[in-house]
Design a protein around this ligand. Structure first.
Ligand code: 3NM
Length: 207
């Protein structure tokens, strides 16, 4: 099986309470050099989600960046996204694969080694690992695991790893050095005064 190569930064388009729109955030993240975007709109209607997904699909195409939709294989497919990101309570990888067909990426959030092993065994193309640090961006987030979880999962599975949870420009490098292929961020990017500049800073630290 060929493994996907993920860029060092996995930027998540979730406006939180910033008042910024998904499309303007996506444009700024791409302007800063992000090459992989995930659209995560937990409270949007299906119609609004699809509309944002279409817009961000067009923007990511212009930049040659990949585009992943959170939670919804149907929306990912309808918007011709490059993949879907699933949570532990979403439909299984095999079911998402039936919706998406063979090409698109399927990632899964995991929070402990056993879940990561199960995700890898189920055919996930990459595994999310977190929360690494404390986060305010996810309802019901678990207690932070620290970079020890990245090391433990890295030792247990061969699939690409995306670390998430409270990661900032200051901690990104340590998280990557612990074995993450890519670091995911919401708050550190979408709350930044200048989103594109925040991306540039993170990418410099990861280079
Ligand atoms: N998933 P921020 S933590 C969406 O542990 C998400 O699986 C997590 O946002 C997990 O970078 C998290 O602002 C929130 O902390 C990440």
């Amino acid at each position: 099986m060929t493994r996907v190569r993920l860029p060092p930064l996995y930027a998540i388009v979730d406006p939180l309470d910033t008042g910024r729109t998904p499309t303007e955030l996506a444009a700024a993240l791409l302007a800063g050099g992000a090459m992989l975007l995930q659209l995560r709109l937990k409270d949007a209607s299906s119609g609004a989600l699809l509309e944002s997904a279409h817009a961000i699909r067009a923007l990511t195409r212009q930049h040659g960046a990949r585009f992943i939709v959170n939670d919804r294989p149907d929306i990912a497919r309808a918007a011709t996204a490059d993949g879907v990101h699933l949570g532990q309570d979403d439909i299984p990888v095999a079911a998402a694969r039936r919706v998406l067909g063979p090409g698109p990426l399927i990632g899964i959030s995991t929070h402990e080694v056993a879940q990561a092993e199960a995700a890898a065994a189920s055919g996930a193309d990459y595994v999310g690992v977190g929360p690494i640090y404390a986060t305010q961006s996810k309802e019901g987030a678990l207690l932070p695991r620290g970079i020890a979880l990245v090391r433990a999962v890295r030792a247990a599975v061969a699939v690409p790893l995306v670390a998430i949870g409270g990661i900032t420009a200051d901690t990104a490098r340590a998280v990557r050095d612990a074995g993450a292929d890519s670091v995911a961020m919401i708050g550190a990017l979408v709350r930044a005064p200048d989103v594109a500049d925040a991306v540039r800073t993170v990418l410099r630290r990861l280079a």
